[in-house]
Design a protein around this ligand. Structure first.
Ligand code: PRP
Length: 206
């Protein structure tokens, strides 16, 4: 079973759960620059990938399953099965702006974001005209410098917004990590993937 994990804290948490339910691979704990780790005994192979690439590996079948944030799934609309909400990596997608911002519905709203599809879909559902300013990180700077009216971004603790005198103006959707599967792998390895899903769900409740 090939498992794509997102590099970083979320991926490490997800691996802890997988280890707990019998998909351990001790070499993954070694501090080195390797990207692929295998445990023949448990018949698993893990690889660390950029969080925004997990669904690509799964969709193309290089990974049978993967762990990915719902934000990325919504943004990319990958053709994969979403099997389980892992209840970790919880945050929310929100519209935020400078404190006290009133959204003028008469004017085209300038929206800075890296989640362009989520932003377009959200404002289209409200029939609001927007102009997207695509950024790749530190999105919060855009409204501070008046380059945009608002941002669409992830809010976890709210600290980044607070420390930049910004606030949540509208909530879009709650986000958390999901277990996803390649569609063909899910048919061929149904028993094993189903078991993984059930045990991950049970581990969550403990
Ligand atoms: C994310 C997000 C916010 C921040 C929110 O950024 O884009 O900037 O975390 O977290 P908080 O509410 O707990 O402050 P990330 O650190 O992933 O970096 P980025 O700026 O490259 O998106």
């Amino acid at each position: 079973m090939n498992i794509a994990l997102p590099k970083g804290r979320l991926g490490e948490k997800a691996y802890d759960i997988l280890e707990q339910i019998g998909f351990g691979c001790p070499s993954i704990r070694e501090q080195n620059r390797r990207l692929v780790f295998e445990n023949e005994e448990n018949q698993v192979r893990y690889f660390w990938v950029k969080p925004s690439d997990v669904a690509v590996y799964v969709e193309r079948g290089a990974a049978d399953v993967g762990i990915v944030g719902k934000d990325i799934l919504l943004e990319q609309s990958a053709d994969v099965y979403e099997l389980l909400d892992l209840g970790i990596g919880k945050c929310r997608m929100a519209v935020a702006g400078r404190k006290g911002t009133r959204l003028d519905t008469e004017r085209t709203l300038r929206v800075a974001t890296k989640f362009t599809n989520i932003a377009r879909a959200y404002f289209a559902s409200q029939s609001r005209e927007i102009e997207i300013i695509k950024l790749h990180g530190s999105i919060e700077i855009a409204p501070v410098l008046y380059m945009s009216d608002v941002i669409v971004d992830i809010v976890e603790t709210g600290t980044t917004l607070k420390e930049n005198d910004l606030e949540v103006l509208e909530e879009i959707v709650p986000i958390s990590a999901r277990l996803i599967a390649n569609k063909a792998s899910y048919q061929f390895n149904h028993g094993r993937i189903q078991k993984m899903m059930e045990e991950m769900a049970a581990a969550q409740k403990e």
